[in-house]
Structure formats: structure tokens, C-alpha cells
Design a protein around this ligand. Structure first.
Ligand code: PAF
Length: 280
């Protein structure tokens, strides 16, 4: 595996190829990331991963400084997964001057759910993803990027960004990988104490129960059932931001019963904020 720290070096490494298959990460890789690399590999003629902890998507009070950086282990995992090129820019390489040009996704998609609780988050994500895409795909006739469904809203926002800017990049969703007890794999799971780790599965259990309850009792009961689900989680010691049933197509509240739905949730367990979702 070749490692490129600069955009120029990355472009030199990718020059012989016409269809990069790309996985963007912030490092601290787990099996979910490696599954994305494995699914990317057969779809392109070169497999590229990036590791870059993107300051733009962290609010000042969030965990940018303490975000786990596990360079050696990450390199070993990517190498073993058959990744061809790892792009690991330093901050000064990706943002050599203040990034004053930004991608602002539309408020109706970016200011709800995660964006409501993390203002500016999706501007930070969209801006870095656009920039990473420009580094990896500029001059290529085609390419693809894998994004995990665990970050459901992020996947949707990136997909629409690619469509609206007519980028020749296919966005391929990857299923969420779960631990044996059902907890969605996440870099932030590493923050959990042993006790919190055994409690953590209750987020996905709450989403499942909420989805079943809405399906059984109908959409008119949706808001009451969401409030009850949040109360039940709070009673276990969580601080829920939202547990909600939305339309898969646009993440807005559903109005009629024949719409495809997804249950999404975010909640704090101790100092750790976890998110998860379940298509129903
Ligand atoms: O999902 C992530 O890890 C990040 O949001 C991403 C897509 C790598 C952008 O920094």
C-alpha cells in the first residue's frame, strides 16, 4: 500500500487509473470501515482510503482533540484489506489557507436531526468530502465512493451533493456492521466504559421497538410513541437527542402509511454520543 500525504503525491499515485474506488474515514478504523474497503475493492481499478480528522465538522466543544488517532493500527488494517493507496493529508496540506469556500447543504436536509443538534456539522462534512473527491477523482472519467448507512443522513447529503454537482462518482451505501449484541460499530464506542458498553445496545433496541410500535399502532400515534421511546431511554440513564421515524426518501416526518421508513436516533450515554438507525 502506498501512502500519500500530499494532494500532489496522491494524484501521482492515481495517475495510471481511471476508476478509483474510495472510502473516506477519520481513522480509528473498525470492521465497519474495513467492510467498506472490501466492498469498494472489486468495484474500481484502484482502491483508495483516506484518513483525515476534519476539524471543520467539529464544534468547539466537541471531541476534535481527543478523537482517537490510531495511525499504525489503521495502516495495518488497510494494508491487510488490500487497500492500494492511503491518502493521509496533514491539515496544512488539505487546508493550506482558511477554507472560506464551503459547501452548504440545504437546510431542509442539513438542519434537521443530526444537523439540529450539531449546527454546521453537515457543512463541514460536505466541504471536506467535496475536497477529498476533488483530490481523488479530478480528471477521472468515473469513480465510486462507499458511505456507511450508519451515518444515514450523511449518506443522503453526500448522494444529493454528487447529483446536484453532476460529479461522475457513484455513491454506494454500505450496510451497518453490528457487534454480536447488536450495537452498531462506531469509532466512538471506544469511549464507553465496560458498564456503558453493556448498556449501549439499548439504543438499537429502542429504535427497533419504536419502529414496531409505529407499524402496529399507525402513523397518527407516531409522535406520542417517539416521546415514550425517549422517556424510556432517559429512564435508563441516557440523554436522548431524538428518536424518530422518518421517510427514507427525505428524512421528513411521514404522512401516509405506504412510505418507506427509517427509525433514527441519537443519545448520550455518559459523555459519549451514539447514533444509530434502522430501516423498517
Ligand atoms: O463519516 C466520517 O467518518 C466523516 O464524516 C467523513 C465522511 C470521513 C468526512 O470527514
Amino acid at each position: 500500500m502506498k501512502i500519500a500525504h500530499t494532494i500532489a503525491d496522491l494524484r501521482t499515485q492515481l495517475a495510471p487509473y481511471r476508476r478509483p474506488a474510495f472510502v473516506a474515514t477519520m481513522g480509528n478504523l473498525h470492521d465497519g470501515h474495513i467492510a467498506l474497503v472490501n466492498q469498494a475493492r472489486p468495484r474500481g481499478d484502484v482502491t483508495v482510503a483516506s484518513i483525515f480528522v476534519n476539524r471543520l465538522q467539529f464544534a468547539p466543544h466537541e471531541d476534535f482533540d481527543s478523537y482517537p488517532r490510531t495511525w499504525e493500527a489503521d495502516c495495518a488494517k488497510l494494508q491487510a484489506a488490500g487497500c492500494d493507496v492511503l491518502f493521509a493529508p496533514r491539515e496544512a496540506d488539505l487546508y493550506p489557507e482558511p477554507q472560506t469556500y464551503k459547501v452548504h447543504p440545504p437546510a431542509e436536509l442539513a438542519d434537521i436531526l443530526e444537523g439540529h443538534f450539531r449546527p454546521g456539522f453537515f457543512t463541514g462534512v460536505s466541504t471536506v468530502v467535496m475536497k477529498l473527491f476533488s483530490c481523488v477523482f479530478a480528471g477521472k472519467p468515473e469513480g465510486l465512493a462507499m458511505f456507511g448507512k450508519k451515518d444515514y443522513q450523511q449518506l443522503m447529503i453526500v448522494r444529493r451533493m454528487v447529483r446536484q454537482f453532476a460529479l461522475p462518482i457513484e455513491i454506494v451505501p454500505g450496510e451497518t456492521l453490528r457487534a454480536a449484541d447488536g450495537l452498531a460499530l462506531s469509532s466512538r464506542n471506544g469511549y464507553l466504559s465496560a458498564q456503558e458498553r453493556s448498556e449501549a445496545v439499548h439504543l438499537s433496541m429502542a429504535l427497533k421497538a419504536l419502529g414496531q410500535a409505529v407499524q402496529a399502532q399507525g402513523l397518527p400515534q407516531r409522535e406520542a410513541l417517539e416521546a415514550a421511546a425517549m422517556q424510556a431511554l432517559a429512564a435508563r440513564g441516557w440523554k436522548p437527542d431524538y428518536l424518530t421515524v422518518r421517510r427514507r426518501a427525505d428524512l421528513l416526518p411521514p404522512e401516509n402509511a405506504d412510505t418507506s421508513l427509517v427509525v433514527l436516533g441519537a443519545a448520550r450515554l455518559g459523555p459519549t454520543r451514539l447514533i444509530d438507525n434502522l430501516e423498517i
